[in-house]
Design a protein around this ligand. Structure first.
Ligand code: UDP
Length: 495
C-alpha cells in the first residue's frame, strides 16, 4: 500500500489537513497543480481543487482517474463569468484567448471568483487548513486572511528563475535599463548570470503593471512558496532563495512523476489529437535513443516562416523526429506547406502530431534521445525526469532563464541559438533561427561525440535523482509529508 493509504487508514477525514488549490487556468499552470493535488491526496491530505465547468470537462480524464483510485480530491466547479468580462462564452482557459488584449479581461474574470469561492469555503467544517494559490491570483490572499489560514504561492517556475525574478523586483533592476541588449548582472545570485532586459522572466507583459504589482505584493506577504522542483536539482538556488526572501521553499516535485499510469499520463492537459497507441507503435519501430522530440509548449506562437525553417532543419539532419505542431487554424500556411511535400519526404522517419500531444508518454519512450523544447518549466522538468538531453529554444517569459539552468548549470543541453524574444500574441515574422542552426544543434545532441555522450550521462543521472526524490524517504516525498503535518498543526492551533 502507498504511504497515502497508510495515512488514509489512520486519519479520519475530519482530522485531515485540507488544502485548497487554486490554479491559473492555463495548461502550463493547471497541469502541475493537478499533479500537486494528486501527490498531496496520496500522502493523506484532503484537497479541494478549484475549477470551472469548461476546465472540468477538459480534465475529465484526470477527474475520472482520481475518482476511480479513491483520491480524496474534491473538484469544485465555480461558474466563470466570461461574458460579464467581455470574453466569448466558454472562454475559461488562457489557451482559449484569441487576442492578447483579452488576457486582462480573463484575469479580471478570475478575480471575480473570489465571492463564490469564499461562499464555498464558508460551508466547509472544519475550515480548510491552507490555500495554495497560483501567484497570479493575488485576491486569494484576502480569502486566506478572512479564514486566518496560511497562503502558499505557486508560480510554476523553478527556483533558479524565481530567484532571478525576485532580485529584479527587489532591486528595481531594470527600471533604468534603456538598451534591451545590455547585459545585466544579478546582485546576490549565487552563480554568474547575465541576461538582457528583453530575456528577463516575466516579460510576458500581458498582465499589465498593476496586476504584476498586486501579485508580487501578495507573494511577498505569503507564508511560503511551493516549487515543482527537487532539492538535488537546484539546492544552491533553493538555499539562496530562502536566505534572500526569508521564505520557506517547499520543493514537492517533480510533480509529473506523481502518476505512472499510462492512461493518466496520456490524459494530461487537453485531449491528445493523435491516438496514443498509434504514437507508441511508431516509436517502437525506432532505435532506442535515436528520435528527437520537438514540441513548443501549450500555446502556439512560433511564426509560420520559422516553423517551416525548423522543419527544413529537421529534414536536413536526416535523423528521426516527432514534431508537435500547433499551427492549425491559426497558421493555415504551415498546413499547406506540410502537405506540399514535406510530410511525404520525411515519412519514413518523421512523425507529425498536429495539436495536442501526449507529451509525457512520448518523452518516457526509450526511442526518444533528445528533446527540442521552448523551455517552459513543465516541459523542462519533464525532460529532466525522462533523463534525456535537450536542445533549448526559448520563446518568452522565464524560458530564457531556464535555458541558462539547463545549459550552464545542469549541462544537459545545447542552445539552438535564439537571438530574439517571440512574445505570445506578437509573433516574430522573420526567421531568427536558421535551418542550419537547427541541423547543427540536432547533430550536436544526437551524434556519438564525446560531448554529446557526457550530456546524455548527466541527463540520465538527473533522471535517476528526480525519481528518487519522490520515492519513499526521498527529499520531495519527505517535504510533502512535512508540509501536510505543518499545515495541519497550524490549523489545529488556530482552530
Ligand atoms: N503539453 C502536452 N502536450 C502538448 C503540449 C504541451 O502534454 O502538445 C504539456 C506539457 O507536457 C507540459 C505543459 O503542457 O506539462 C506545457 O507546459 P510548459 O511549462 O512546458 O509550457 P507553456 O506552454 O506553459 O509555456
Amino acid at each position: 500500500a502507498s504511504a497515502g493509504q497508510a495515512l488514509n487508514d489512520s486519519q479520519k477525514a475530519s482530522e485531515r489537513t485540507h488544502f485548497v488549490l487554486i490554479p491559473l487556468m492555463a495548461q502550463g499552470h493547471t497541469i502541475p497543480m493537478i499533479d500537486m493535488a494528486h501527490l498531496l491526496a496520496e500522502h493523506g491530505a484532503q484537497v479541494s481543487f478549484i475549477t470551472t465547468p469548461v476546465n472540468a470537462t477538459t480534465m475529465a480524464g484526470f477527474i475520472n482517474h482520481a475518482l476511480a483510485t479513491g483520491l480524496t480530491i474534491q473538484f469544485v466547479k465555480l461558474n466563470f463569468p466570461a461574458v460579464e468580462f467581455g470574453l466569448p462564452n466558454g472562454c475559461e482557459n488562457a489557451d482559449m484567448i484569441q487576442a492578447r488584449d483579452l488576457f486582462k479581461n480573463f484575469m479580471e474574470a478570475c478575480a471575480a471568483l473570489r465571492e463564490p469561492l469564499t461562499a464555498y469555503l464558508r460551508q466547509q467544517h472544519p475550515s480548510p487548513s491552507c490555500i495554495i494559490s497560483d501567484m497570479s491570483h493575488w485576491w486569494t490572499a484576502d480569502i486566506a486572511r478572512e479564514f486566518g489560514i496560511p497562503r502558499l504561492t505557486f508560480n510554476g517556475f523553478c527556483t533558479f528563475a524565481s530567484l532571478v525574478r525576485y532580485i529584479i523586483v527587489r532591486d528595481n533592476l531594470l527600471e533604468h535599463v534603456e538598451d534591451e541588449n545590455e547585459l545585466i548582472n544579478f546582485p546576490g545570485f549565487p552563480t554568474p548570470l547575465q541576461l538582457t532586459k528583453e530575456k528577463r522572466p516575466g516579460s510576458l507583459s500581458v498582465y499589465g503593471l498593476e496586476q504584476i504589482r498586486k501579485n508580487i505584493y501578495e507573494e511577498i506577504r505569503s507564508s511560503g512558496v511551493v516549487m515543482n522542483s527537487f532539492q538535488e536539482l537546484e539546492a544552491l538556488y533553493i538555499e539562496s532563495f530562502e536566505q534572500i526572501t526569508g521564505k520557506k521553499v517547499w520543493t514537492l516535485g517533480p510533480m509529473c512523476l506523481c502518476n505512472q499510469d499510462i492512461n493518466a499520463m496520456a490524459a494530461r492537459g487537453n485531449k491528445a489529437s493523435m491516438d496514443e497507441a498509434q504514437c507508441l507503435r511508431w516509436l517502437d519501430l525506432m532505435k532506442p535513443g535515436s528520435v528527437t522530440f520537438v514540441s513548443f509548449g501549450s500555446l502556439a506562437c512560433t511564426a509560420p516562416r520559422q516553423l517551416v525553417e525548423l522543419g527544413l532543419g529537421l529534414e536536413a539532419s536526416k535523423k528521426p523526429f516527432v514534431w508537435v505542431i500547433k499551427a492549425g487554424d491559426k497558421f493555415p500556411q504551415v498546413e499547406e506547406w506540410l502537405a506540399e511535400g514535406f510530410e511525404e519526404r520525411v515519412k519514413d522517419r518523421g512523425l507529425i502530431i498536429r495539436g495536442w500531444a501526449p507529451q509525457v508518454l512520448i518523452l518516457w519512450h526509450k526511442a526518444i534521445g533528445g528533446f527540442m523544447t521552448r523551455c517552459g518549466w513543465n516541459s523542462t522538468i519533464e525532460g529532466i525526469c525522462a533523463g534525456i538531453p535537450m536542445i533549448t529554444w526559448p520563446h518568452f517569459a522565464e524560458q530564457f532563464v531556464n535555458e541558462r539552468l539547463v545549459v550552464d548549470v545542469l549541462k544537459t543541453g545545447v542552445e539552438v541559438g535564439v537571438k530574439a524574444v517571440t512574445q505570445w500574441g506578437q509573433e516574430q515574422t522573420e526567421v531568427t533561427v536558421t535551418r542550419d542552426a537547427v541541423e547543427k544543434a540536432v547533430s550536436k545532441l544526437m551524434d556519438d561525440g564525446e560531448a554529446a555522450e557526457e550530456m546524455r550521462m548527466k541527463a540520465k543521472e538527473f533522471g535517476v535523482k528526480a525519481r528518487k526524490a519522490l520515492e519513499e524517504g526521498g527529499s520531495s516525498y519527505n517535504n510533502i509529508n512535512l508540509l501536510i503535518q505543518e499545515m495541519g498543526n497550524q490549523a489545529n492551533a488556530s482552530g
